[in-house]
Design a binder for this molecule. Structure first.
Ligand SMILES: [Zn+2]
Length: 311
């Protein structure tokens, strides 16, 4: 295997650096990837985190997988582990690059574009051509918590297989958003599943543990790790998502967080006026399952409060 001029032989593992460009100070900024190869042939898998630099759970998942030598135990195939794709955002506690753009809205990217476009271009040119499938890890942004869930592209049989192999609590089939990694990979028939869990700038131990188990489950499913006795897990699946929004501005206190079934008209929380004259109940507008909620206590009318999955 050859990435960006580096050879990685079967049975070896090594770090490679993908240069993005220089900071104004002159320091070079690279994406660091660790590549692990079994001596036996098999699929090449991308394990990606930190596309949004403030989404730390995925970064910690990759770190713990490497720390515990998980990928050194491959029985076949190869893993390309990238813990922090957006190095700039990671340093600045930000989803974005200094150009104000989102890498996951910049694919396929451009070698002469601004920073986000260059990061996307490196992924498109150097990594996508050599992988068979990928797991891309994210969290909720803007103080929003996501209950651990896998998303795959509607209609992708391979994506569906990977999603269920992960054994997450929730599986969601949805269409891709333009200019995302998942949409770009789809044009090359490469299935990418997205693990969404927790909240930006917060480590959530349950989200991390489920993510690590999920990666192991997928690698075992693909015969890339020694098999283990499998226990059946309950996995809820949904096809539609809807945000329940604030009917009024004020102090928002949720009563029912993510990870719960709700029935239409259930009271999920309240919005209070700071001066105490108002208490507005937030009623579920449909029957479904809460897969995400807002942890910001100060909300404006129309702000997203609960993400409800249904069907
Ligand atoms: Zn994200």
């Amino acid at each position: 295997m050859r990435i960006n001029g580096f050879n990685i032989d079967p049975g070896s593992n090594r770090e490679i650096k993908l240069l993005i460009c220089k900071l104004p100070s002159g320091s070079k900024v690279s994406v660091r990837a660790r590549v692990f190869r079994s001596t036996n042939p098999g699929p090449t898998v991308l394990i990606l985190a930190g596309m949004h630099g403030d989404e730390i759970n995925g970064i910690e998942i990759v770190r713990r997988c490497i720390e515990t030598n998980l990928f050194n135990q491959l029985t076949s195939g190869s893993v390309i582990a990238i813990p922090v794709l957006n190095t700039y955002g990671f340093m600045n506690f930000s989803r974005y690059l200094p150009d104000g753009k989102d890498v996951n809205r910049s694919f396929p990217g451009n070698s002469k574009g601004s920073l986000a476009s260059r990061v996307a271009h490196v992924m498109t040119k150097k990594i996508l051509p050599i992988i068979d499938f990928g797991i891309d890890m994210h969290t909720g942004g803007d103080n929003r918590f996501n209950f651990p869930q896998i998303r795959y592209t509607t209609g992708s049989e391979e994506g569906r297989e990977l999603a269920y192999a992960f054994k997450p609590p929730i599986v969601i089939a949805n269409s891709t958003i333009r200019k995302t990694l998942r949409a770009q990979a789809k044009t090359k028939n490469i299935p990418i599943i997205v693990y969404e869990a927790g909240e930006s700038l917060r480590l959530d131990q349950d989200s991390i543990a489920i993510g690590i188990e999920g990666i192991k489950n997928v690698l075992r499913h693909k015969n890339m790790l020694e098999p283990m006795p499998q226990h059946d897990t309950d996995c809820l699946s949904f096809k539609k998502l809807s945000w329940l929004r604030a009917p009024q501005s004020g102090i928002f206190i949720w009563k029912t967080p993510s990870g719960h079934h709700v029935k239409k008209t259930d009271i999920l929380g309240y919005i209070y006026s700071p001066i105490g004259e108002e208490k507005i109940p937030i009623l579920a507008t449909r029957t479904g399952y809460i897969i995400g909620h807002n942890n910001n206590p100060v909300v404006n009318i129309g702000d997203a409060l609960f993400h409800i999955a249904y069907e």
